[in-house]
Ligand binder design. Structure first.
Ligand SMILES: N=c1c2ncn([C@@H]3O[C@H](COP(=O)(O)OP(=O)(O)OP(=O)(O)O)[C@@H](O)[C@H]3O)c2ncn1[C@@H]1O[C@H](COP(=O)(O)O)[C@@H](O)[C@H]1O
Length: 96
């Protein structure tokens, strides 16, 4: 049984990839120096957002493409040094 704790786990892995870079997709994105890392991550978010729109319109791969978009958004937050708790607190503050 998977629960939402998986997102916190992934976040911690991404923080580790940022702080202790290894030869991996996310470390490469966060430590890129040819093109600024932030720009590359933002570009991925743009691509993934477009893929979510196409998936929704075609009624296929919506879960997969949404996961890609959420994943790259989490990657941006990690890259920017924002703690996972801040995201949770933001949602909690919006609760009605
Ligand atoms: N959840 C994910 C995850 N979701 C998506 N992706 C990657 O995001 C990319 C999505 O890009 P696209 O859909 O455009 O597919 P693509 O054409 O293969 O990608 P590009 O070559 O264009 O970058 C793919 O390379 C996926 O592998 C992810 N990569 C990693 N994770 C998690 O992040 C952790 C750290 O990852 P590594 O740094 O690779 O160890 C892993 O343990 C996983 O839990």
């Amino acid at each position: 049984m998977v629960d939402e704790g998986i997102l916190r786990e992934i976040y911690a892995v991404l923080e580790d990839r940022r702080d202790n870079p290894v030869d991996s997709y996310t470390s490469r994105l966060m430590t890129d120096d040819e093109k600024r890392a932030e720009d590359k991550i933002l570009e991925k978010i743009g691509e993934e957002a477009a893929e979510v729109i196409i998936a929704s319109k075609n009624n296929e791969r919506l879960v997969e493409e949404s996961a890609d978009l959420i994943f790259h958004t989490l990657l941006l937050l990690v890259y920017k040094g924002i703690p996972f708790e801040s995201l949770l607190e933001e949602f909690a503050a919006r609760r009605k």
